[in-house]
Design a protein around this ligand. Structure first.
Ligand code: CA
Length: 231
């Protein structure tokens, strides 16, 4: 079963989300507070995607829930539900480890498209067996079988989105990739989010892989176009 966690304190919005996800073939686990959401994740390790509302009544907001999930789990897909439209919210959410965000009010089609996109990328846990399981680009080593990244032999905790971006770069070293190309390759052709999500994810990835994120030498910027692996 394709399990999705829905954290939303407003019962009517939560049931709107749940009904539409069920209609799209997902099994839903509901939570009304951050603490409940974390408890449900512990109880249901097979949850693949979590939808997290940001504004919650108790002292833990959606950002904090996201941060706590990411502290121990880099594989679950996280989509923030935000009622506000400030860029800051979106950036904060992505920087705390979310993969995507949906701004309220959203249509059922938009919601399920976003969940489908994340779900497809994470897959159902059955990785295809490939022969060249390891891509080496010293000091990096990308293991495509278990989707992990190492730098100098040390594991770097990356989200599935960050992993996909790394793979795209290492498959195309030295090639300038436009932001549109990165978006459609990592988020899928049908994704209709904003290009900004590419920049924020790259900013986050740089913090994890660059020696000095302020002067990146692995993921370099191609001004007015996109990004490139190396110089
Ligand atoms: Ca709320």
């Amino acid at each position: 079963m394709k399990k999705v966690l829905v954290l939303e304190d407003e019962a009517n919005i939560r049931s709107f989300v749940v009904i539409n996800l069920k209609r799209a073939g997902y099994e839903t686990i509901e939570a009304g507070t951050g603490a409940e959401a974390l408890e449900q994740l512990r109880r249901n390790p097979d949850i693949k995607v979590a939808l997290l509302d940001i504004m919650l009544p108790d002292d833990m907001d959606g950002f904090e829930v996201c941060r706590r999930i990411r502290a121990s789990n880099s594989r679950v897909g996280i989509i923030m539900l935000t009622a506000r439209t400030q860029e800051m919210d979106k950036v904060t959410g992505l920087m705390t480890g979310a993969d995507d965000y949906v701004t309220k009010p959203f249509s059922p089609a938009e919601l399920t498209a976003r969940v489908d996109a994340i779900y497809r990328r994470i897959g159902d846990g059955e990785e295809p067996v490939v022969d060249d399981a390891v891509i080496q680009y010293p000091p990096f080593l990308l293991n495509t079988r278990n989707r992990t990244l190492e730098k100098n032999g040390q594991r770097v905790k990356v989200t599935q989105v960050e992993y996909s971006i790394m793979k795209l770069f290492l498959d195309n070293p030295g090639k300038a990739l436009s932001r549109e190309e990165i978006l459609s390759s990592v988020w899928g052709e049908k994704y209709y989010g904003e290009l900004k999500i590419v920049d924020v994810n790259i900013r986050r990835l740089r913090l994890k892989i660059e020696d000095d994120p302020q002067t990146p030498k692995f993921i370099t910027t191609v001004w007015g176009y996109g990004y490139k692996w190396g110089f």
